[in-house]
Write a protein that binds this ligand. Structure first.
Ligand SMILES: [Zn+2]
Length: 122
């Protein structure tokens, strides 16, 4: 998840936003994925999951197993992902570009459904 971590020490105490791996709870630096699920393409209202984060590799594989149980494909869920670096660029872009000002696209409503994976030690 995207979380704030407290930091103490010079020059001052701060709260630092960071990507925290939902599998091992360590900070994701460079090699990570932002992961979510959607029911787009199935009948009924479009549902989506919260955004999750996982290190590439072992953490990603463990997360995928949890996701498949928490959000079963039989219920219409599909898992999507984006590399963390690309996700951050898109998020920064969308901070200054309103969806309402996009004349060429249609943004869909969705229902957010959430669950958290069990935590593992690295
Ligand atoms: Zn991890």
């Amino acid at each position: 998840m995207i979380e704030y971590l407290g930091r103490s020490g010079p020059p001052e105490a701060m709260n630092c936003p960071a990507l925290i791996c939902d599998t091992c709870r360590e900070q994701v630096v460079d090699r990570g994925n932002v992961i979510w699920g959607t029911t787009a393409g199935t009948p009924g209202p479009r549902r989506s999951t919260p955004l999750y984060v996982a290190h590439k590799g072992r953490c990603d594989l463990a997360f995928d197993k949890w996701f498949a149980q928490a959000y079963p494909a039989a219920d219409g869920w599909i898992q999507l992902w984006e590399e963390a670096e690309t996700f951050m660029r898109q998020l920064a872009h969308n901070l200054t570009h309103a969806f309402a000002d996009d004349p060429g696209g249609e943004y869909h409503q969705h229902i957010l459904e959430g669950s958290r994976p069990p935590q593992e030690k690295p």
